[in-house]
Write a protein that binds this ligand. Sequence first.
Ligand code: TTP
Ligand code: MG
Length: 361
Amino acid sequence: MRNVFLANGTAMDRKIIHLDMDCFYAAIEVRDHPELAGKPVGVGGARHRRGVLTTCNYEARKYGVRSAMPTFEALQKCPHLIVMPTRFDVYRRESARIRNILYKFTSIVEPLSLDEAFLDLSAQEGEPVAVAKVIREMIRQQTGLTASAGIAPNKMLAKIASDWRKPNGQFEIKPEDVPAFMENLPVHRLWGIGQKTAKRLAGSGIQTCRQLQAYPRLQLYSWFGKFGLELFQLCRGIDERPVEPDRHRKSLSNERTFVHNLTSPAQCEGKLPELFEDLMQDLAKHDGKTKVRGVMVKIRFADFTRTTVERADLPLALESFRLLLHEGLQRKTLPVRLLGVGVRLDEPDESTDTQLEFDLA
Ligand code: TTP
Ligand code: MG
């Protein structure tokens, strides 16, 4: 790839791929229950238990069914929707198989969730577009599932691009096309912009990145603090975050963004029992061989900064999260927009097991 620089001298010569499986949990359920092929399928909790869908396939999306939608609402939109229960052990297994495929192409893989990852191929010869095609084909052959990919000079653009030709497609944003691509991009596609920020911008008549580009750094800083400075870069298609390989870090967490910011420690504490309970449920579904080797609390403050407090010497108990919460809250006296509780996990490494068998043979 040619060395291309934006007007401000930012290098745009990285080769980043973002890979995202198509309707991951639903695709696995359809693969394992062939009678569901071609029918609208959701995955999640049952209606009578006030369940929520984790995701649904593209047939169901035609009816307006979406991830995180209450099952009763999904069934109102699509009465013949088939709702399958979740099977996290299967999703985790498929995720591990997919990850192993990715590691065949580079060790610089940053998994984002069970079904998404960034790859950095900058140091390699060859066209990342061709590599993405081969990866998607290998995934299809080995798992029977389809993936979409985005290819771009940075993480934010690669992630946006992987959505462009979904499902089962890929899209490249070439370095020289970045300025034109950004012009009409809606601001809500930018990394870090949620519904609330998008609304706030819309209130000032800002809907596209071109419109946002018209504002100086100082103005964005006065609106959003430090995040405003990032926004100044992001709306020009500049994102210098590295792909961070994360092969051995394993954690499980549960977090929530609140509609109204929490304004006191007592309010924050009041949210902990539910977060904790959900985390314990997730852990119970997790592979029994897993060991917890640390607890953590994540806080995002009203100015978009975040802090994580982690301890390896506290037991897995609500009281531990309470302690960590108060430690974190002391770092800033600002309202809180997001709270998360999580655990650091020790998992037996499958590839090491295989290696041992080889050695013994
Ligand atoms: P996504 O990649 O966001 O969604 P998806 O793979 O189902 O669909 P898409 O084709 O648009 O990529 O999430 C991956 C999996 O994570 C998804 O299959 C189910 C799970 N999930 C939840 O459990 N809760 C959620 O709110 C979301 C968005 C996803
Ligand atoms: Mg996906």
